[in-house]
Write a protein that binds this ligand. Structure first.
Ligand SMILES: [Zn+2]
Length: 250
């Protein structure tokens, strides 16, 4: 029989699997990191259709040894050192029931050209729930939602984090961790409670999403379709207010 103390230790191991430390980068590593992010953008342009499913085994094809070493450093950060308080969901391989969501387009303001959302994936039942929700929304208010981010593999999640650290958050882990979670902690990588980020057909998918009619409709109706709002203002897990991020709970 496992005693209470042993159980506690075991669950600690599960909760803090990669607890290493805080990140320290040399000047050289910072330079390598910038090159890594550039390469990531090139890879996104070239392999957009499957990039969200990227596996560790794909990395040697896309990044040099030194770039991979820097990425590894990020993978071993313990986000709890930086104010993140959410649960650890584990590193999941892409589930077998993923379906592709292709051909989504939006047009912002008076822009002539339509823009494409890169191919997204979601477990079939979650994609079905989103379609059903969209059907009702269209009937009621004449609008539909795009899935701007669905399932993300742990490897892709790491790249999203690193990109956001360099390009959007002034190379601050604490700031980045408020907007992007590290692999294993993301609801986007947790098919059991798959998160979807929604956007509008007018290209609104960030903080402004909360001012849209679509968002107000979601708040009233999402639950009927199995979607729950994950990150309200001042939430306990230390993630920023994310009106666009909903998880499927069935
Ligand atoms: Zn999200």
């Amino acid at each position: 029989m496992v005693s209470a103390v042993e159980r506690l230790v075991l669950s600690d191991v599960e909760v803090y699997p990669s607890a290493m430390a805080r990140l320290r980068l040399t000047q050289k590593e910072k330079q390598i990191l910038n090159e890594t992010v550039e390469r990531y953008h090139r890879a996104r342009d070239r392999h957009g259709d499957r990039i969200v499913l990227l596996r560790d085994a794909d990395l040697p094809r896309l990044f040099t040894v030194h770039q991979r070493e820097v990425l590894k450093k990020f993978a071993s950060i313990d986000p709890r050192e930086y104010g993140f308080r959410g649960p650890y969901y584990g590193l999941h391989e892409p589930p077998r029931n993923l379906v592709a969501i292709r051909g989504q387009r939006y047009r912002r303001g008076k822009e002539r050209e339509e823009k494409k959302v890169i191919t997204q994936y979601a477990p079939r039942h979650v994609a079905d729930a989103w379609r059903e929700l969209n059907g009702r929304m269209k009937e009621e208010i004449g609008k539909e939602l795009l899935v701007v981010s669905g399932y993300r593999s742990p490897t892709y999640q790491l790249l999203v984090f690193v990109n956001s650290y360099v390009r959007n958050n002034g190379c601050s882990i604490a700031r980045t961790a408020r907007y992007v979670t590290l692999p294993g902690y993301s609801e986007h990588g947790n098919p059991a409670r798959q998160a979807l980020d929604f956007g509008t057909k007018r290209g609104t998918y960030n903080g402004h999403f909360s001012r849209t009619q679509e968002y107000r409709w979601l708040v009233r109706n999402a639950k009927q379709f199995g979607f729950m709002f994950s990150y309200p203002r001042n939430n306990k897990v230390g993630v920023a207010y994310e009106p666009w991020h909903w998880r499927y709970c069935g």
